[in-house]
Write a protein that binds this ligand. Structure first.
Ligand SMILES: *Cc1c(COP(=O)(O)O)cnc(C)c1O
Length: 295
């Protein structure tokens, strides 16, 4: 794990550099989920996501690396999937079977893929979209332990982009385990606040049970003030942060996840005059950044 320091005031956890093709939080989640899959003798994966899903890319790569069958049930624009680079390109080249469906057909298509694998005498693992599972979140409990080992700087605030909420839930439970009272602030990349917080809270409670945690329970905070209308939507400031990220900071921030969260963090820190050790958890997104050619 690598920590960068920006302007002597922000600490950046570089999960964009997580050692997995394409890196990011989905690489970290898949490593942990993959251990579970192997340990339980599954030999095929069925999962779902959008056409530029970091999660589906990670699942497809894990399957390829372990000689497993994999079906990706994708929703979104099939033409774009075949035209774009980034995650879409890696999924296309991974050897995974790809099925397109409307959003309302996802669970039927996943069930059908599971049945197909059973018919082939395989033992498929049904993997929730986004790697939003106990194991996926446990990857972040472990990550917080690593963080506390590699630096003596104790975070007062951790900011991150939040989608399904498993990364945030894992970080929160990891902090509880370390006895830290650091506040975690999720910047929603798509969901409205209530729904996002509910997703984080449910998995966080599950993790606390799993880990037998009894110390102070935290409540989930996910801000939806920087949504710009929804998933994959952004504004000029976010686009500008993304465009200038490499020259300004030496790492890449994409408009769907990390630049949006970075923008939200900067606004929130300024509005609330936050002081202390402020950490930005860089969750990846370079393949989203590289997905489309400029037009
Ligand atoms: C999926 C994703 C997120 C959100 O993670 P969740 O655990 O689903 O909340 C954030 N950043 C990037 C780059 C992602 O791919």
């Amino acid at each position: 794990m690598i920590i960068d320091v920006l302007d002597n005031s922000f600490f950046v956890v570089r999960d964009d550099l997580y050692p997995f093709i394409g890196g990011g939080n989905k690489g970290r989640k898949l490593s942990k989920i993959g251990d579970y899959v192997k340990k339980n003798n599954y030999n095929a994966i069925v999962t779902t996501g959008g056409i530029q899903s970091n999660h589906c890319r990670a699942a497809a790569i894990f399957a390829a690396q372990n000689n497993m069958e994999c079906t990706l049930v994708l929703h979104g624009d099939e033409k774009r999937f075949h035209a774009e680079n980034g995650n879409a390109k890696l999924m296309r080249l991974s050897g995974s079977r790809i099925v397109f469906t409307e959003a309302k057909g996802i669970s039927d298509a996943m069930d059908a893929a599971v049945v197909d694998y059973y018919a082939k005498d395989l033992n498929p693992y049904y993997l929730r979209g986004g790697g939003h599972t106990l194991e996926g979140a446990m990857a972040y409990v472990d990550a917080v332990k690593d963080l506390f080992e590699i630096t003596d700087t104790r975070p007062d605030y951790i900011f991150l982009p939040t989608g399904t909420g498993s990364t945030q839930a894992g970080i929160m439970a990891g902090l509880d385990l370390m006895g830290s009272d650091c506040k975690v602030v999720g910047i929603s990349v798509g969901r409205e606040r209530n729904s996002a917080e509910k997703h984080v809270t449910n998995l966080y409670c599950e993790l606390r049970n799993h880990l037998y945690l009894t110390n102070g329970k935290n409540s989930a905070l996910v801000l939806d003030d920087y949504l710009c209308g929804g998933y994959e939507k952004s504004n000029e400031e976010i686009n500008d942060i993304s465009e200038k990220s490499l020259s300004n900071y030496g790492f890449v921030l994409d408009t769907t996840y990390t630049a949006k969260a970075f923008y939200g963090m900067m606004e929130y820190v300024r509005k609330k005059s936050l002081k202390g050790h402020i950490f930005f958890w860089h969750t990846g997104g370079i393949l989203n950044f590289l997905a489309k050619s400029k037009n």
